[in-house]
Ligand binder design. Sequence first.
Ligand code: TRP
Ligand code: MN
Length: 443
Amino acid sequence: MTTHLDTYKALPAAQQPEWPDAGARDEAIESLEKLPPLVFAGEADVLRERLAQAASGHAFVLHGGDCAEIFAEVSADRIRNKLRTILQMAVVLTYGASQPVVKMGRIAGQYAKPRSSNTETRDGVTLPAYRGDAINAFPFTAEARKPDPWRMVEAYHRSSATLNLARAFTTGGFADLRFVAEWNRGFVANPAFARYEEIAAEVDRAISFMAACGADFDALKAVEFFAGHEALLLDYERALTRIDSRTGAAYDCSAHFLWIGDRTRDPEAAHVELLSKVRNPIGVKLGPAAQPGDVLRLLDRLDPEAQPGRLTLITRMGAGHVRTLLPPLVRAVQGAGRTPVWMCDPMHGNTIAFGGYKTRRFDDIMAEVKGFFEVHRDAGTIPGGLHIELTGDDVTEVLGGSETIDEEGLARRYETLVDPRLNHQQSLEMAFQVAEMIRGHRG
Ligand code: TRP
Ligand code: MN
């Protein structure tokens, strides 16, 4: 049945796979459509309210996780480590901002990737590019690279298992504030991170103070945790878009939060059209090419009613450009009287090739965050959150940090199939530094 949710099908759609077998595609989509939603519409509404708080300066958003999830890494250890890292960062940021931190993973659905070319050539052999585990597999063989629509169904099941464990961890005792503060104590015990000891000690004292006062409410034991991924693969997102029986409104129930990438944000094309029809909170990535006019058009297309919390603008300009490219966008949005959530993605504008690896420098990442805060301070707008690529494991993919990773270090444990991620310790370092910046921003 074709409904108003299918209008996007008549528009150009960038970055979609060519499924080789249309019959298999239809069958896979049909089975996805029969599966239950992964999130509930009411949860997406709650997130929208939380994001509205961030837009008005009453909360700060932390959105972190892998560049690309992969099926083989859906394991208890990996998921636990990732959540632990996000929670540890969140405590530090909550303290630094003296504000609630909205905790969100780039998780449970981050299985489709935009690519600069449809094909990849190695030693004279050309095959389809790897587009993420929801579409094809990474090994460079014709078999692995052939798009297989049943992988969308597999992505659904892996997302379901991931989300189930994340919900258990965040509500079942693992996220207890007292444990999380203790993990951070372990982090600053390492001499490399001694400069963060002061903040860690302050957090500790605040928690001991609350405990001494007898504060033992449920809010200390559990956290609200949301899932978000890039809404890239339209067949998957459409199949999980459902009508809420209570309100009759459409929600993309593959995640609480969906964002549109910098390469697929054409206001007149398919991705914007589909997401304009769902009520979830939506993000849009804005890279160096984004013009004020583009952003205003996106506000009209995605948030015509200026609903608080509906739209998040995620800027990714690069450390060297954020101070010149971000102000015109901020001024245009401000001039239109709009208050989206402004989030900083300090990862994607700072990717470099180094020693044969695709990497990023920790210092560049931090410099973009700093520039982001300064631009918003000058404009009088709100720096609302951070969007980062991280893993909870001790990989060596990003250069720098206090336990310096250098060119040789990269080779030690470079695992990512797509973009380089902050490791556990680099992520915590970032949280401590950003906590200091937020304080400076207020002061
Ligand atoms: N529930 C509160 C919150 O989410 C406090 C809290 C409990 C917390 N465990 C946490 C905060 C872990 C950060 C990390 O803010
Ligand atoms: Mn990435």
